[in-house]
Design a protein around this ligand. Structure first.
Ligand code: HAM
Length: 436
C-alpha cells in the first residue's frame, strides 16, 4: 500500500498500543513515589494565558521567544499551548489560595506539553512530562528530596547508569554581580562568539554558558564561574545540597555551565542523564554531545512572588516521558501491559441467544469476573477456536435451546466435561469455581 498522505504533525507522534505499557509503567511509578513522599496530584489546562509564560518563564528564553504555540481566541484572549508545567502550577497555587494551607504544599502532574522545536532525536513538539513541585520550604533538604524523587523514579524504571549534573546559579543579588562579570568577560571576546551568543550577550548572558558551538565552548571554558561568586547564603545552601548528595551516595558531577533554559531558577539547578545511552542524532554524536537530559529542575524562590503571590520559596523538576520511553526501548527494557486474564469465554448461537448473551455479559462485568467473547462471530466452531486460543478455563455456551430453556452449558476446557446450569445461577456458579 502507498504511504498515506495524511500523517501526524511534524514533531508529534502517536503513542501506539505497544508503547502503552511503558507509559503506564512510568505513570504508575510516579504515582507510587508521589504517594510515598506525600505529593498530591494536580491537573492544569492544556491552554493558559500566554502572558503566564512570558512573565514566568521569561520573554528572552527560547521557550517563549521561539517555541510557544500561541493563538488569539474569538473572544480576544491570547492563549498558549502550555510549554512547561511549573508556571501553570504556580498560577493554580495562587488562584486556589493554596498558600493558606499548611506548608509545604507538594504537587505532582503528568501530561502533554508543547514546544515548537526543531524536530531531532529526543525532541518533540508534543511531549509528555511528569513534574514534582514543593512550595513553602527553603531548606536545602527540599532540593535533595526533589532530586532523590526523580533519581528514584528512574531507578525504578531500571536505569542503571545515571548521573546528576548540578550547579547553583545564585539569587538575585549574587547573580546580578556575576552577570556583570560575565558580560565584561564576553564583551572583550565578542567578535569570536557565534551570532546567537552575541545576541545572548545583550539579552540573556547566562545562556552563553550553555552554547554548544565549538568556538564558543573554548571561550566559555575560561569564563568566570558563578560558584566562585555566590553570596554567603547561596554558597552555604549549595554546600549543604552537595553534602546531602554525598550522604545519600547519589552519583553527581558539578557542571559550572549548567544554567537551564528558563528564567525562574535561583540557587540549585540540576539535570539527570543516562550515561549509558546514545540517544543523539548522528550530527550530535559527531559533536561529542551527550544524550539530552531525562530530567531537569531546580529551585525557583522568586516565581510565586513574580506571578503575584507572597515571597514563597519553591523547588521542583520535570522528567520527559517520551525520552525515557525511547531510552527504555533502546535498551530493550520491557514492561508487559496488565491485560486482565480471561478465564471464561461466552459463546452464543442464534439471534435469541445473542440477545441473552449481551445481558449475561454485563452481569459478569458487574460481578467483576473477566469474561471474553466474539459476539461478531456466528459460527460456534470459530468462537470455540478463539476461546481455545485465549486459553480460557471454562467456555459458556448459549445455544438456541439453552436460550429458550433459560440455561447455559458450562464446558471445562481442560477435561472436556460439560454440564448445564440455570442462567440466573451461572455468575454465582462461576464465582464459586474460582474461589476454590
Ligand atoms: P525542562 O528541562 O524544559 O524543564 O523539561 C524537563 C524535561 O522534559 C527535560 O529534561 C526533557 O526530558 C523533557 N523535555 C523538554 N522538552 C522536550 C521536548 N521538546 N521533547 C521531549 N522531551 C522534552 C521544565 O520544563 C521545568 N518546568 C522543570 C521544572 C519543574 N523546574 C522546576 N520545576
Amino acid at each position: 500500500m502507498k504511504k498515506p498522505k495524511l500523517r501526524s504533525p511534524s514533531g508529534m507522534h502517536d503513542i501506539l498500543p505497544e508503547d502503552q505499557p511503558h507509559f503506564q509503567k512510568i505513570e504508575k511509578t510516579c504515582e507510587s513515589i508521589a504517594g510515598f513522599y506525600n505529593f498530591q496530584k494536580i491537573e492544569t489546562p492544556i491552554l493558559e494565558e500566554a502572558e503566564l509564560f512570558s512573565k514566568g518563564v521569561g520573554v528572552s528564553t527560547d521557550i517563549v521567544e521561539k517555541q510557544m504555540y500561541t493563538f488569539r481566541t474569538k473572544g480576544g484572549d491570547f492563549l498558549a499551548l502550555r510549554p512547561e508545567g511549573t508556571a501553570p502550577v504556580v498560577r493554580a497555587y495562587l488562584e486556589h489560595g493554596m498558600y493558606n494551607l499548611p506548608q509545604p504544599v507538594k504537587l505532582w502532574y503528568f501530561g502533554p506539553f508543547f514546544r515548537y522545536e526543531r524536530p531531532q532525536a529526543g525532541r518533540f513538539r508534543q511531549f509528555w512530562q511528569f513534574g514534582f513541585e514543593i512550595f513553602g520550604e527553603q531548606s536545602s533538604v527540599i532540593d535533595i528530596q526533589i532530586i532523590q524523587i526523580f533519581y528514584n523514579i528512574l531507578k525504578e524504571l531500571k536505569f542503571k547508569d545515571l548521573i546528576i549534573e548540578i550547579n547553583s546559579i545564585g539569587d538575585r543579588q549574587c547573580r546580578a554581580y556575576y552577570k556583570k562579570l560575565l558580560v565584561s568577560y564576553f564583551r572583550s571576546r565578542e567578535s569570536s562568539l557565534c551570532l546567537d551568543c552575541r545576541r545572548r550577550l545583550r539579552e540573556n548572558p547566562l545562556r552563553i554558558l550553555d552554547c554548544k558551538e565549538e568556538k564558543c565552548r573554548r571561550i566559555i571554558s575560561q569564563a568566570p564561574q558563578i560558584i566562585d561568586h555566590l553570596c554567603e547564603e547561596c554558597n552555604s545552601h549549595f554546600k549543604e545540597v552537595l553534602e546531602f548528595l554525598d550522604e545519600l551516595e547519589l552519583p553527581y558531577r558539578l557542571n559550572p555551565y549548567l544554567v537551564r533554559g528558563l528564567d525562574y531558577y535561583t540557587k540549585t539547578v540540576f539535570e539527570i542523564f543516562d550515561q549509558s545511552l546514545a540517544l543523539q542524532s548522528p550530527e550530535e554524536k559527531e559533536q561529542g554531545q551527550i544524550s539530552p537530559a531525562l530530567v531537569g529542575g531546580g529551585r525557583f524562590d522568586l516565581l510565586v512572588k513574580l506571578l503575584g503571590g507572597r515571597d514563597t520559596p519553591a523547588c521542583g523538576g520535570a522528567g520527559g516521558v517520551d525520552r525515557i520511553v525511547q531510552s527504555m526501548k533502546a535498551r530493550s527494557i520491557k514492561f508487559t501491559a496488565k491485560v486482565p486474564t480471561h478465564l471464561i469465554f461466552l459463546a452464543q448461537l442464534g439471534a435469541l441467544s445473542k440477545k441473552k448473551s449481551l445481558t449475561l455479559f454485563e452481569k459478569f462485568r458487574k460481578a467483576g469476573l473477566p469474561i471474553a467473547e466474539s459476539f461478531g462471530k456466528d459460527s460456534l466452531k470459530t468462537q470455540l477456536g478463539r476461546a481455545d486460543k485465549i486459553g480460557v478455563r471454562y467456555c459458556l455456551i448459549l445455544g438456541q435451546r439453552e436460550a429458550l430453556e433459560g440455561t447455559v452449558i458450562v464446558r471445562d476446557m481442560k477435561t472436556g466435561k460439560q454440564e448445564t446450569v440455570k442462567i440466573e445461577k451461572i455468575v454465582e456458579e462461576m464465582k464459586k469455581r474460582f474461589r476454590k
